[in-house]
Design a protein around this ligand. Structure first.
Ligand code: NAD
Ligand SMILES: O=C(O)C(=O)C[C@@H](O)[C@H](O)[C@H](O)COP(=O)(O)O
Ligand code: ZN
Length: 361
């Protein structure tokens, strides 16, 4: 089976993308992990109800165990993390056991963190089921949330492989399609003007994506993500550019309450804000009105939710992982495909938030 390879300083691993790739998982495991003792599938309620029986039947030779966690961000908590570990201990998983993360980014982040920390690390495989997870399943950022900040408790821990079966994507509701597509737009904006222009020209309705559009976008997105991760696995440099839109996006998610707004929809609001700052501070030449009209037509809200307070958002942004000494750092764009990290002082940030919300002339 043909796949892309992700190269990192700690490990190289394949990403298989396409319809039906899940059928190959059993033979992959037999070939690469001949001494497997236990397989534990971690999934969530939505995915479990729809697809767990398919995965279990593909893996029937392995008699996999499964553990179901709550949907979405409700899975990325200390409580659920502990429950997964307790289940793994009770079922006597050992160092030759493996975890399969079967679901969207929330399941992937949680399960990866369980795998990274159980007995100081056992292997895991990502089996993503959302558009968004083309991003989250690759690169080894695994984490749970803390009430004070998104993904604050985690690790860099690469999977053994990613099996991305596009057949699972058909049941995604529209707001989840939007959430995932935001990360594709992000990947284009930080690295590839032609890809961005292709997206803007070809994608006008997220409910009517063709198979070809799906695979083109996702493979391209994965390749971009992989290239940043390969250069900088642990985010001491260029990997931070994958955070475009996330400084404000994560603050909105945390302030609204995890799960109230999808990750990608919050990131889209953050990206529009970062593009505004890029035009103002770096002279980015970009038709921002056209961009806003395009994403609004795709159904995105681009305004910061009105009930969220500026000062609280700034407080959260200061805790962002890119902050240094409490100074907020934004990913901005000099040009499309030319990201930079820029410190923004609190007063300027406050004024910009007010301006953006139309509170000052
Ligand atoms: N680790 C990373 O590099 C990285 C990158 C991007 C995002 N993330 C994280 O990923 C999370 C968001 O990912 P997501 O949107 O994939 O998350 P998710 O796991 O929360 O899934 C979104 C919703 O879709 C449902 N769902 C999943 N697959 C489905 C399917 N095939 N059909 C119908 N419903 C389905 C889920 O049950 C959930 O309700 C956030 O926590 C974000 O912080 C991590
Ligand atoms: O892989 C990365 O690096 C990213 O920044 C990808 C983001 O889309 C993703 O949301 C990631 O989880 C954010 O990481 P964080 O370090 O800001 O929590
Ligand atoms: Zn993200």
């Amino acid at each position: 089976m043909e796949g892309l390879t992700i190269h990192t300083s700690s490990k190289d691993y394949p990403v298989y993308v396409g319809t039906g790739v899940i059928e190959e998982l059993g033979s992959f495991l037999k070939e690469k992990f001949p001494s497997l003792t236990n397989l534990l599938i971690i999934t969530d309620e939505n995915v479990g109800e729809r697809y767990l029986s398919i995965l279990v039947s593909v893996l029937s030779d392995f008699k996999p165990l499964s553990y179901t966690v709550p949907n979405g961000e409700f899975a990325k908590t200390f409580e659920i993390y502990q429950q997964c570990l307790t289940f793994a201990l009770e079922k006597k998983l050992d160092r030759k056991s493996m975890i399969l993360a079967f679901g969207g980014g929330a399941v992937g982040d949680l399960s990866g963190f369980v795998a990274a920390t159980y007995m100081r690390g056992i292997p895991f495989i990502q089996i993503p089921t959302t558009i968004l997870a083309h991003d989250s399943a690759v690169g080894g950022k695994v984490a749970i949330n803390h009430p004070l900040g998104k993904n604050m408790i985690g690790a860099f821990y690469q999977p053994e492989a990613v099996f991305y079966d596009l057949d699972f994507l058909h049941s995604l509701p529209i707001h989840e399609r939007r959430s995932g597509f935001a990360e594709v737009v992000k990947e284009a904006l930080i690295s590839d003007l032609n890809f961005y222009q292709w997206l803007e020209e070809h994608i006008s309705n997220l409910e009517q994506l063709t198979e070809e559009q799906f695979s083109y976008m996702l493979e391209k997105g994965i390749a971009i993500k992989g290239s940043f991760v390969s250069k900088d696995e642990k985010e001491s440099g260029v990997r931070a550019f994958l955070n475009l839109g996330h400084t404000l996006g994560h603050a909105i998610e945390g302030e609204a309450g995890y799960g109230k707004i999808t990750h990608g929809e919050a990131v889209m609001i953050g990206m529009v804000f970062a593009l505004e700052l890029s035009c103002e501070l770096l002279g980015l030449t970009f038709n921002l009105s056209k961009f806003k009209n395009w994403v609004k037509k795709l159904g995105y809200e681009i305004a910061i939710p009105t009930h969220l307070d500026h000062q609280r958002l700034i407080y959260r942004m200061k805790q962002d992982k890119k902050s240094v000494g409490g100074h907020v750092q934004f990913v901005l764009l000099n040009q499309i495909g030319e990201p930079v990290l820029k410190e923004i002082d609190d007063q300027y940030l406050l004024e910009s938030l007010k301006m953006y919300r139309g509170e000052v002339e």
